[in-house]
Design a protein around this ligand. Structure first.
Ligand SMILES: [Zn+2]
Length: 470
């Protein structure tokens, strides 16, 4: 039995248990940094598998590291488990049906992500154990990917300092090895404080914080033309100052994401956004407090590890779907619009007319910049990192939708999740046995940094992520 067959066997043997973990995470659907039950569940699963678990790392209650083995190389497997608010949806249904209106749901498939990573960690552990090998496998329980960038705090706390390489994955609507850079992102609240007054009787005595928010947004919308085209700026008014038009609102908050291909570019644009905020405060006679919440770095692709993963993915093939899976996928796709359906076909013509991906995208090294952000970026700046994208959704299904929540509790999602575990474990084991690959991956990381050192984008005075509640 070769190592890929061994990995598949271990994961298949644990299929039911892993599916149960994923479905339980799906049910908890806890959002960033309050994933208490989810973290507990994963810690318990790791302990049952003989991992030594350290909870509350990086001073974050829901961050943890499960470790097995001793000595090097040290392999990190990254697991996420946070959900998204407002995306409650019944599992396995093909029409919109929230379980709890306004509730949360796993709209990015992180129940699968966290469990697929667990599968990989278990299979790597088995390989170390069975072959009596030197080496350590660590499961990094990374909270708050959707908000707050848990991994960035974990990198800053030095948790990756002795790691040799990291493997991770994300559920997707196609099968591929990720080889794109991403955007660095700053997450900052601007909190305006004015003076309330009767809006009809004495508006001249009031100073409107809500006016300041509106003017700040207008200013930033003008700023858009004068920043690099790859930059992204978006906002949500998280506090409108109440619902009474006859009150001059004395408090109002707006949360901004400022993104650019490199941290230094995001920083420069962020400083200009701060100037706009201060200008809005000046115009309205209000005060602004700039409340830095979090930040994440861009992803540095590692072509060396990616080609190892691509070879293993190709050798393992794709998950096998049955008629029930295809029927479900067809019904979900009937709810998508044409532009969504086209998206994946534009990326891979072989998917035209299909409901589930049955091929692996060709590997294109350093394939441009994805206009989104992941805190995997910070890990990728300090250790060579590789990421698989494994089909867990019908072709064209956009992330952060009820369709993803629904699929995350079906065999389409489960099959992709278990497969992802196999792809990651096989990749890690190949690197483990070929030190020259690891050396090459490390040399490539230095090259990708292009002379820059890693600087954590979260200012040192920000000790913890503060939940951005309304
Ligand atoms: Zn995600």
């Amino acid at each position: 039995m070769n190592y890929r067959e061994a990995v598949s066997k271990v994961i298949e043997e644990k299929r039911e248990k892993l599916i149960a973990v994923s479905d339980e995470l799906w049910g908890y659907a806890e959002t960033g940094f309050v994933e208490f039950q989810s973290a507990e569940l994963l810690c318990r699963a790791l302990e049952e598998e003989g991992f030594e678990v350290e909870k509350g790392v990086a001073d974050i209650e829901t961050a943890f590291v499960g470790s097995y083995g001793s000595g090097g190389p040290v392999i990190a497997v990254l697991g996420e488990f946070d959900a998204l608010s407002g995306l409650s949806q019944a599992g396995g249904e093909t029409s919109y049906n929230p379980l709890q209106p306004g509730g949360s749901g796993h709209g990015c498939g992180h129940n699968l992500l966290g469990t697929g990573a667990l599968a990989a960690a278990i299979a790597i552990r088995d390989h170390l154990k069975e072959n009596n090998l030197e080496g350590t496998v660590r499961y990094y329980g990374c909270p708050g990917e959707e908000i707050g960038s848990g991994k960035t705090f974990m990198v800053r706390a030095g948790l990756f300092d002795d790691v040799d390489f990291a493997v991770c994955w994300h559920p997707w609507s196609r099968h591929a090895v990720w080889s794109m850079a991403s955007l660095a992102c700053y997450e900052v609240s601007f909190r305006f404080k004015g003076k309330s007054a009767h809006a009809a009787d004495s508006p001249h005595l009031g100073r409107s914080a809500l006016d300041a928010v509106e003017l700040m947004n207008v200013g930033v919308n003008y700023l858009r033309e004068h920043v690099i085209p790859e930059a992204r700026m978006h906002y949500a008014v998280t506090n409108t100052g109440g619902v009474s038009p006859n009150v001059v609102q004395d408090r109002a908050d707006v949360l901004y994401f400022v993104r650019a291909p490199r941290v230094a570019q995001a920083e420069e644009i962020y400083q200009r956004v701060c100037d706009v905020a201060r200008g809005a405060a000046l115009m309205t006679g209000t005060k602004v407090e700039i409340d830095f919440a979090s930040a994440a770095s861009d992803i540095l692709p590692n072509n060396t590890l990616e080609s190892v993963m691509y070879d293993n993915f190709t050798a393992l093939g794709v998950p096998e779907y049955d008629e029930q899976d295809y029927n479900f996928a067809k019904a979900i796709r009937a709810t998508l619009d044409e532009a969504d359906k086209r998206k994946d076909v534009l990326a891979n013509k072989e998917l035209a007319g299909k409901d589930l991906a049955d091929v692996i995208d060709p590997f294109i090294p350093s394939n441009g910049v994805m206009p989104g952000t992941s805190d995997v970026g910070d890990v990728s700046w300090v250790v060579p990192t590789v990421q698989a994208l494994v089909g867990c959704e019908p072709i064209g299904t956009p992330l952060h939708t009820w369709q993803i929540v629904s699929t995350g509790k079906t065999s389409v999602g489960h099959k992709g999740m278990l497969h992802a575990g196999k792809v990651m474990a096989a990749t890690a084991i190949e690197v483990l046995h070929n030190p020259e690959l690891l050396e090459k991956a490390k040399a490539e990381l230095i090259e990708q940094r292009n002379g820059e050192e890693y600087i954590c984008p979260i200012p040192p005075e920000i000790k913890k992520y503060k939940l951005q509640t309304v």
